[in-house]
Design a protein around this ligand. Structure first.
Ligand SMILES: [Zn+2]
Length: 483
């Protein structure tokens, strides 16, 4: 074989290894709590967003009246959504710069959308006009008054264009309900409602198993899922009941320990169930007690502590993030949030707790997001109107340095093992707990609720105050701990 050809093959192999390595690091984790399963009686969604690289995370409020619809969404999307006759909504936009599938949104009507990569086995996707990808979640956030609108938008976009990525789960919530939407590369999809008294834990594989599309209150999706799978040879009636996750999921992701261990950890931490990690885990389950926001922040910080899967050697003071078991809180975690959904009529769509960077090393802070001004100081590297144009522009290092948590990461680039050592993590945990005991206390939530009943301006002023206090603490205390 000529040398050139060998070199070429070598480059291709290295590239493929790099791609699969990169994919294995892009992962996310989501917990959905139905309203009768939570301590507050509210719908709660909690999420860790994982993406590879040093990327700025920004928080913006998209004010739809101040820009043209074309500045927000591509013409082709506006065109197909127009017949649905939906009203534009202002929305909080959590942006991970340059990424196609890492942003989350929460709009003024209290509709939340976030996602987990869940690869499918589809290799012959049907796409029209390039398909839809990045803009799907933004379209949902900008046009939905509730979760049902969101499902109609997804159905319209997927049937018009097809989904242009291997597969993904979108979690959609409003104050009443949560839906998990599995998209497959091309024009097929399925969605299932989270039962009100149950909890769902999602890593990076499909989990909707048996489906019943006739039951419209609990299922939605493409009508030809079974017929198409039969045609492709992915399923035969001999195999028993049709199981969507098994039939459409990419086998490596469905069976990967990176996924089943994280799901198993969520199920065992929140329920009385004690399944084997590799067994078929339930789509949803009843919690052992009503779930609080704090139960969820604890799970989002989990590295398998107190289980057989915690591989950190405390003697050697190893990093909690670099073990063979891919942890829930990980070196790639870019942001983490818990959204406790409120009645948007009250003037606040959710109590929104946000941790930037690694949740085990920082606090969840309450975010006031009614205007851009209070967000500018801590969460924006440029204005929201610039960000709309620049999302896919790579950021210079100076932009990253503007963000304290990225700054700390860059500063610690060569000291990762020290910073994430089990001892250091314990130190962070003590400091964080003392701050959060106050933040998650009933008196703060009661006061927010009390102010909401009186006056929105007053509520906002209180939230801004809390947020600034939290950020000052984050910068001072965590910086000190890093030294
Ligand atoms: Zn961690």
């Amino acid at each position: 074989m000529p040398d050139k050809k060998i070199n070429f093959l070598l480059v291709v192999t290295v590239f493929l290894i790099f791609i699969s390595f990169r994919w294995s690091l892009d992962a996310c984790y989501t917990i959905c709590v139905g309203k009768s399963a939570s301590a507050s009686g509210r719908v709660i969604v909690a999420h860790n967003e994982d993406d590879y690289g040093n990327l700025p995370v920004n928080l913006y409020l998209l004010k739809t009246a101040e820009v043209e619809p074309n500045d927000l969404l591509p013409e082709k999307i506006l065109r197909v959504l127009q017949p649905l006759n939906l009203k534009l909504q202002d929305t909080l936009w959590i942006e991970v710069r340059t990424m196609d599938f890492a942003d989350s949104y929460l709009n003024q009507s209290g509709v939340l959308i976030t996602s987990n990569a869940c690869p499918s086995k589809e290799d012959l996707p049907e796409l029209s006009d390039g398909g839809v990808g990045y803009y799907l979640r933004r379209a949902v956030a900008l046009f939905s008054s509730n979760a049902q609108d969101a499902l109609r938008i997804i159905e319209t976009l997927i049937s018009s264009f097809g989904y242009n990525s291997s597969g993904r789960t979108y979690t959609i919530a409003d104050q009443n309900e949560i839906w998990l939407v599995h998209l497959v590369n091309g024009k097929r999809w399925v969605a299932r409602r989270v039962p009100d008294d149950q909890v769902v834990v999602l890593a990076n594989r499909y989990i909707i198993d048996e489906i019943c599309l006739k039951e419209k209150e609990n299922f939605r999706g493409s009508s030809d899922l079974v017929a198409y799978a039969l045609r492709r040879g992915w399923y035969s009636k001999k195999k028993g009941l049709f199981n969507f996750a098994e039939v459409y999921g990419q086998p490596e992701s469905q069976q990967s320990a990176k996924n089943y261990l994280r799901q198993w950890q969520g199920v065992t931490a929140l329920s009385d169930l004690n399944p084997e990690p590799q067994s078929r885990l339930p789509f949803s389950f009843k919690p052992k007690k009503k779930i609080s926001v704090r139960d969820l922040t604890a799970l989002l910080r989990n590295h398998y502590e107190n289980t057989d899967y915690y591989l950190v050697d405390k003697e050697r003071n190893d990093s909690v993030h670099f073990t063979n078991n891919r942890t829930i809180c990980y070196d790639t975690t870019k942001y983490s949030f818990v959204a406790e959904m409120l009645d948007a009529q009250s003037g606040l769509p959710a109590i929104f707790y946000l941790a930037l960077g690694f949740p085990c090393q920082t606090i969840y802070n309450i975010i006031a997001f009614d205007q851009n001004e209070p967000l500018e100081t801590f969460y924006q590297t440029e204005s929201w109107k610039q960000a709309l144009k620049n999302h896919f522009q790579k950021s210079e290092e100076d932009l990253l340095l503007k963000q304290e948590w990225n700054f700390m990461k860059i500063l610690n680039r060569n000291l990762n093992n020290f910073r994430f050592s089990s001892q250091k993590t314990e130190q962070f945990k003590r400091a964080i707990t003392s701050f959060e005991d106050n933040l998650f206390g009933d008196q703060i939530i009661n006061r927010i609720e009390h102010y909401l009943k009186i006056d929105k301006t007053m509520t906002l002023r209180y939230l801004i105050n809390l947020m600034e206090r939290g950020e000052r603490w984050r910068l001072l205390t965590l910086k000190e701990l890093n030294e």
